[in-house]
Design a protein around this ligand. Structure first.
Ligand code: CUA
Length: 325
């Protein structure tokens, strides 16, 4: 039978391609390039199948159109060879794509030895970045060129750390750590998005990956270490308030959001849910950041999560809020 021979040789050709696919994926050793190849391959395979099905469908529609009103369609019992082929060929395509996906997945999970490791904690609404060198930044992940492993965690709800330029994303789950890695090939900046709806300020939850050369990175670390204990200032307070997502709930304009407006907050009289009242001073503002559920302003829900900030950072926020009138 000629058909049988044809099926067998097609099978051999497709099976022979599997090792090529997975070996190629493994040699890439860079998730970004791997994902791009993966996407292109799936697109190509889907396009070929789509064109094949559509052309065949159009052909059949015109070829077998009823020609006379009393014409009856032919009764077809079945076609064993056709049925075997349309079972085996799709199965082989799926196995091939599956093997390629598996190879890429493993590459994405296996961090190369010697990768620069850094911790990122997500919170509503920002990212606190902790470096093993003992410094912290807010919403700016500074890394040296080369492979980077990012260890992810969350302070409150599920976020998703996503760097589209590097084609990577991973959930940040409260109570556990997850990770991803990317290959920071070139110096420059890349956008970070939170890719999981995490509250009213979700859209504010962006950050930057800043890739520096190894020398510049070492210099940046050294400089940041000495600058860490800087005195509180309204300028850094502004950065903190804007970068921590505070304005998702607390407007600077006097409008009421999920929380009270910050406009004119310093020195104003506040009434609490429990019937007591106080003047909004330095101690009150600091407590409302680190322990926001102790004194809940009348008319609002105790929905804010505690924020972890150093004394200097708290001082900066207070200095800044004094200027918001
Ligand atoms: Cu965090 Cu969306």
């Amino acid at each position: 039978m000629r058909g049988k021979k044809y099926v067998l040789s097609a099978l051999a050709a497709i099976l022979g391609a599997i090792p090529t696919f997975s070996a190629e994926a493994a040699a890439v050793a860079d998730p970004a390039r791997g994902w791009d190849k993966h996407f292109t391959l799936w697109l190509q395979v889907s396009a070929v199948i789509w064109v094949f099905v559509t052309v065949l469908l159009l052909y059949i529609i015109f070829k077998f159109k009823r020609k006379k009103p009393d014409q009856v369609g032919e009764y077809i019992e079945g076609n064993l060879m056709l049925e075997i082929m349309w079972t085996i060929i799709p199965a082989i395509i799926i196995i091939m794509l599956g093997a390629q996906s598996w190879a890429l997945f493993n590459e994405f999970r296996e961090v190369p030895a010697g990768a620069y490791e850094v911790n990122v904690e997500g919170f509503q609404y920002g990212y606190e970045i902790k470096y093993n060198e003992g410094i912290k930044t807010l919403n700016e992940l500074v890394v040296p060129t080369g492979p980077v492993k990012v260890v992810l965690s969350s302070r409150d709800v599920i976020h998703n750390f996503s760097v589209p330029d590097y084609r990577v994303r991973e959930d940040m789950v409260p109570g556990r750590t997850t990770y991803l890695w990317f290959n920071a090939v070139k110096q420059g900046e890349h956008k970070v998005w939170c890719a999981e709806l995490c509250g009213p300020g979700h859209y504010l939850m962006t950050a930057k990956v800043i890739v520096k050369s190894k020398e510049d990175f070492a210099a940046w670390i050294a400089q940041h270490k000495t600058g860490a204990a800087a005195a509180p200032s309204a300028d850094s307070g502004k950065t903190l308030v804007e970068g921590s997502g505070c304005i998702a709930c607390h407007s600077l304009t006097g409008d009421t959001g999920a929380g009270p407006s910050l406009k004119g907050i310093f020195g104003r009289a506040v009434q609490f849910e429990d019937g007591t009242s106080a003047t909004s001073d330095e101690a009150y503002i600091k407590q409302s950041i680190t322990d926001p559920r102790v004194k809940v302003v009348k008319g609002f829900q105790p929905m804010m999560q505690p924020y972890t900030m150093t004394e200097a950072e708290l001082g900066s926020v207070v200095e800044y809020l004094k200027t918001v009138k």
